[in-house]
Design a protein around this ligand. Structure first.
Ligand SMILES: [Ca+2]
Length: 104
């Protein structure tokens, strides 16, 4: 397994009116390429992203590491810690971070 499913809903602040629920599913832990499988190609893709070679992944896919605030930081660089997380995921280690973070 290694993925999560969420129901997301927007609540308008002015009148507290809520949108319908939207089901969202994350990718499998360590599946950086998003192809539904977790293998050495995911690690390789993150290495390429760190090296900034052509064909690198978008940051939202390559960043497996959480920041100190327990939320993905779009400004944080992809680094060796993300490669290490991809190797851990490939080895079958569980997702090491906590659950949901608080929205700013
Ligand atoms: Ca993959």
């Amino acid at each position: 397994m290694g993925w999560s499913a969420y129901d997301v809903q927007i609540v308008r602040k002015s009148d507290r009116r809520a949108s319908p629920l939207l089901g969202v599913t994350t990718t499998t832990w360590g599946d950086a390429t998003g192809d539904g499988t977790r293998n050495v190609l995911d690690v390789s893709a993150i290495v390429d992203t760190v090296k900034q070679v052509s064909g690198k992944l978008p940051k939202v896919q390559a960043q497996l590491q959480q920041d100190a605030a327990s939320a993905p930081d779009p400004l944080m660089n992809i680094n060796v810690l993300d490669i290490s997380n991809a190797v851990d995921a490939l080895k079958g280690l569980p997702y090491p971070f906590g659950g949901l973070s608080i929205c700013p």
